[in-house]
Design a protein around this ligand. Structure first.
Ligand code: F6P
Length: 564
């Protein structure tokens, strides 16, 4: 399965796409006018997600060529290899099985002679039992008080997924317990998140796949000292350190030996497997904080949503396969229309960390310059993902998307029902459903981006600027700015799971086209190594400072002479 990747640029489909791209003049107004069935034809339902691709810059011929491209590079075969548990993470020689984390209990998936589904559900039961004990108050701190705050200590995939989902599912959380998330090694993060906490009611979850990440282990030690110092300062505990740590620290990791070495009782450690990538791990025991917040039943629904999207991706013809089509469209925009970035714009404040979550998922997966056989890539890979919730983004950066010179494909995400319905009473006494006002913006923006406003339309508007022919050009909207609209009835745990799995499979699709290993992350290593080498220089070791390049040395000197 890991034979030489197919060079996408050598395929017949790539040649066809290059021809379409040559002199491409998108015309969404014309395309919609000529084809009344366009919206219906290009709208697809996958689980609960209703996805409209019709405001994308595609024609039937382009879509056809993109699907042909997917077939020529072997997307379907590699998809099967992933689901079957083959070792498609070549550089780390690992299977890629985040999809196994959400298989139902009665499924079977044998990997190296072991049914991984049995192991997954054992780990889930362990996590759920613990979550229930914390939620019910059966698990207490060392002084017997129930837990009121759970602090997840982790970074990257051991932080972004849990915090994003915790925020997204605010409406489903127990009010009894607050979760906080410490990730950054900037001491500000731990200092501020701990400042008002009571150690007797605080539980720490140290989340680290490798249990060797500098940031997480440093923060875990800081939190352990904070716990012990404050318990003693309050004179509420005079037992052994281990007793307090056992009641206030648990861990999630694949390296259970390192958890024990840190001083956390292995009975309070939740395991997972090396075939789960960090950025694909929110549905493993890395989601323990989330399971405590929303409870096992909701967490199970979350997994069910992911599984539903997995089934769609695995079993649906490419012509109607939403993750595959969205991934292929991204190839069209990035490789043929020179779009270097991709915006994700949730019209849901609850999804405010979703773009940050997707940045790790997509950019750590697909920001690669070599293919899975070590040969150089043959075209641009991994676009920059970014975004903010609407409507905030509208008042910040949408200007560039509407009228700038860069093409920025954008995914708009919205829900029919608000988690927190509110009505506004206007000055003239009308009652306005604020969610309707909010969604009007969603619909308006995608329409404006697609169809724009011509110079004649500007002139016909009249108003105070009617006589200003000199500013007509500045008021024109060119349109033909591609968007995908994704809607669902509500932002439930299941729908959040579907959204996450949707983007996982979009990322996978693009990685297969480019022939890259989307599951390793060697690009994060050099900086980590150098930080350890530079650290003595920062602390004043002159020999270590002398070994640095002149720029780095001068910056360290600046730091040392200004540090109070
Ligand atoms: O440095 C990148 C990375 O390895 C991510 O891939 C990962 O999600 C993060 O660090 C945290 O790693 P760990 O869970 O092992 O602490």
């Amino acid at each position: 399965m890991n034979a030489k990747p197919v060079d996408p640029t050598g395929t017949a489909a790539w040649g066809r796409l290059a021809q379409y791209a040559d002199g491409f003049a998108p015309d969404l107004r014309g395309w919609f006018a000529a084809d009344p069935g366009r919206a219906e034809r290009l709208t697809y339902d996958a689980a609960d997600l209703h996805t409209d691709l019709s405001k994308g810059l595609v024609t039937p011929e382009i879509l056809d060529a993109l699907i042909e491209l997917a077939r020529e590079v072997g997307l379907e075969e590699r998809r099967e290899a992933m689901f079957r548990g083959e070792r498609i993470n070549v550089t780390e020689n690992r299977a890629v099985l985040h999809t196994a984390l959400r298989l139902p209990e009665d499924a079977t998936l044998m990997v190296d002679g072991v049914n991984v589904v049995t192991e997954v559900h054992e780990a889930l039961r362990h996590m759920f039992a613990f979550a229930e004990r914390v939620r019910s108050g059966a698990w207490t701190g060392v002084t017997g008080r129930r837990i009121k705050t759970v602090v997840n200590i982790g970074i990257g995939g051991s932080d972004l997924g849990p915090v994003m989902a915790y925020e997204a599912l605010a409406a489903y959380r127990t009010p009894e317990i607050e979760c906080r998330f410490i990730s950054n090694i900037d001491p500000t993060d731990a200092a501020r998140k701990l400042a008002d906490l009571d150690p007797t009611t605080t539980l720490f979850i140290v989340s680290s796949k490798t249990f060797s990440t500098l940031e997480t282990l440093t923060n875990a030690r800081l939190c352990r000292s904070w716990l012990l110092d404050n318990l003693r300062a309050q004179r509420v505990f005079d037992g052994k350190d281990e007793e307090a740590v056992a009641k206030h620290f648990v861990a999630v990791s694949t390296a259970l030996d390192k958890v024990a070495a840190f001083g956390i009782d292995p009975a309070n450690a939740f395991g997972f497997w090396d075939w789960v990538g960090g950025r694909y791990s929110v549905d493993s025991t890395i989601g323990t904080s989330l399971a405590i917040a929303i409870g096992p039943e909701r967490f199970t629904e979350f997994l069910g949503g992911m599984h539903a999207m997995d089934e769609h991706f695995r079993n649906t013809e490419l012509t109607h396969n939403v993750p595959a089509l969205m991934g292929l469209l991204n190839i069209w925009y990035g490789n043929f229309l020179d779009a270097g970035t991709h915006a994700v714009l949730p019209y849901s404040q609850l999804l405010h960390r979703f773009p940050a979550y997707l940045q790790q998922l997509t950019m750590e997966s697909n920001g690669k310059s070599v293919r899975w056989d070590g040969s150089p890539v043959t075209t641009h890979t991994g676009e920059v993902f970014w975004g903010e919730p609407g409507t905030n983004g509208q008042h910040a950066f949408y200007q560039l998307i509407h009228q700038g010179t860069h093409l920025v494909p954008a995914d708009f995400i919205a829900f029919a029902n608000p988690a927190y319905p509110l009505k506004d009473t206007t000055d003239d006494g009308r009652s306005v459903d604020v969610h309707e006002l909010f969604l009007s913006n969603f619909f308006a923006q995608t329409r404006a981006l697609a169809f724009g406003k011509t110079a004649d339309e500007v002139r016909a508007e009249g108003g105070s600027n009617a006589a200003r022919e000199d500013i007509v050009a500045a008021r024109v909207f060119p349109g033909n700015r591609p968007t995908t609209s994704i809607m669902a009835p509500d932002l439930t745990p299941a729908v959040l799971g579907q959204l996450i799995a949707l983007y996982e499979h979009i990322t996978f699709t693009q990685g297969v086209v480019w022939g890259i290993d989307s599951f390793d992350q060697w690009g994060v290593e050099l900086g980590k190594q150098l930080a350890l080498q530079i650290s003595p220089a920062v602390s004043g070791d002159e020999q270590a400072a002398a070994a640095q390049d002149p720029s780095t040395r001068a910056l360290i000197d600046y730091y040392r002479s200004n540090r109070k």
